[in-house]
Design a protein around this ligand. Structure first.
Ligand code: NZQ
Ligand code: ZN
Length: 388
């Protein structure tokens, strides 16, 4: 087991009715609030009205920054920073999914960043000085409500880059706000949760019991609760379980004590989104089983890890280790398929034309040579090709 540091400053208020903590979460930071939200789902669901009623009655001054895109763009970050500066904003309130929260994080840091905001997205840095951020989560997926990272896109450059910005001070996680999430986004969000765990579980470290135990519990909870949430969108228990595992899955906790893996599927998926603006979780669901089969074949010394996945997550058994490993991978692919996710790039209209450029960028700095099973650019092109 390797060394690790636990440092997550975010307060989570989890459960039905936790919006009652909204005003007291904002008050310590000041009165002038930038309300960040996406393309309008919060207006359709009534959450916008609920939030505005609280902010009005408690005397907050609200400046709105709506229209933040899924796969949020640098232009939205620039617009938000301008609004914060022009209106002397004290605190940002992000209401939405990972895209809105990520964009709000980059806005919060961008207010203090000297220089070009795309340079902030591209340059290597840790957590930055930032305006305080409070969020209300409406989609269980990314874990942005409980980490310091954000992912911002520049469609002119075909780049989608993750970076560290700031942790939310407070996240209000009420599963009832996810009752309205479409089947497609519910399945994609759960695929993202599963992928976050895969990126940490498939590591060379064999003896971090806490991290592996948490990971297997998250896997099993996702597998149990996604079909229920798809069949009964307002099933509180299913939505609550998906929301709580979403926060833990990308928090870093499931990798405590474990060797870094390079997060290969995320590196590859961000290229698909950067070129084709696809839904993050859908790209991950397509890539993950193909990546698994590729590395299992390339380096059979990793078979033990897939055997554990097949046994502990899927309850499979058998004498032949390779067959068992492949059966676990097949189970995962079938699970994504049964949840309605299109499982090929062809179905998304993606062809081979950018595979080489995407592979080179996914592997920039040759960082995937440090992956669980090291990947070359040629490996990545092969994995993309297997996804067609
Ligand atoms: O924009 P609105 O109108 O709000 O609609 C959204 C959007 O169309 C809709 N939605 C959200 N909550 C809803 C709802 N519709 C009905 N009812 C609700 N309650 O769902 C659509 C997708 O929303 P989005 O925020 O884009 O989804 P998600 O939470 O999956 O976020 C994806 C983004 O997060 C990044 C991804 O790359 C992608 O850009 N990630 C962020 C990470 C992080 N910060 O740690 C890690 C992840 O690996 C990921 O890369
Ligand atoms: Zn993800």
């Amino acid at each position: 087991m390797l060394n690790y540091t636990h440092s997550i400053p975010t307060v989570i208020h989890f459960g039905k009715g936790q919006i009652s903590k909204l005003a007291r979460s904002l008050t310590p930071f000041g009165n002038r609030v930038l309300l960040a939200y996406g393309g309008g789902s919060i207006k359709k669901t009534g959450l916008y009205d609920e939030v505005m009623k609280i902010l009005d009655s408690e005397g907050f001054t609200v400046i709105e920054c709506g229209g933040i895109e899924p796969n949020p763009r640098i232009e939205s970050v620039e617009r938000g920073v301008k609004l914060c500066k022009e209106n002397s904003i004290d605190v940002i309130l992000a209401v939405g999914g990972g895209s809105t929260i990520d964009c709000a994080k980059a806005i919060a840091a961008g207010v203090f960043y000297e220089g070009d905001l795309w340079e902030m997205v591209e340059s290597r840095h840790g957590i930055l000085k930032a305006l305080p951020l409070v969020d209300i989560l409406t989609l269980s997926a990314t874990g942005s409500e409980y980490d310091g990272g954000g992912v911002i896109s520049n469609m002119k450059l075909n780049k989608k880059l993750g970076n560290a910005y700031t942790f939310p001070a407070v996240s209000i996680c009420d599963p009832t706000y996810t009752f309205t999430v479409s089947k497609y986004q519910t399945a994609a969000g759960t695929a993202d949760i599963i992928s976050h765990i895969c990126e940490e579980y498939f590591s060379r470290t064999p003896d971090s019991d806490l991290a592996d135990g948490i990971s297997e519990t998250v896997f099993k909870s996702a597998i149990k609760n996604l079909p229920i949430a798809l069949a009964e969108p307002d099933n509180y228990s299913a939505r609550a379980n998906l929301m709580s595992i979403s926060s833990i899955a990308c928090s870093g906790i499931p990798s405590y004590g474990k060797d870094d893996t390079g997060w290969p599927c995320h590196s590859m998926e961000h290229e698909l989104s950067a070129y084709y603006d696809i839904t993050h979780g859908v790209g991950l669901a397509i890539l993950t089983p193909r990546w698994m089969r590729h590395i299992l074949k390339k380096d059979p010394s990793c078979t033990w890890r897939f055997v554990r996945f097949a046994k502990n997550v899927w309850g499979l058994d058998g004498e032949d280790e390779t067959a068992l490993a492949l059966a676990g991978i097949q189970k995962l692919e079938d699970f994504f398929k049964a949840s309605g996710i299109p499982m090929t790039l062809t179905e998304l209209g993606i062809g081979t034309e950018h595979f080489e450029a995407m592979a080179a960028h996914a592997n920039r700095g040759n960082h995937l040579s440090e992956a669980f099973v090291p990947l070359t650019n040629e490996d990545i092109v092969e994995i993309f090709t297997a996804c067609l």
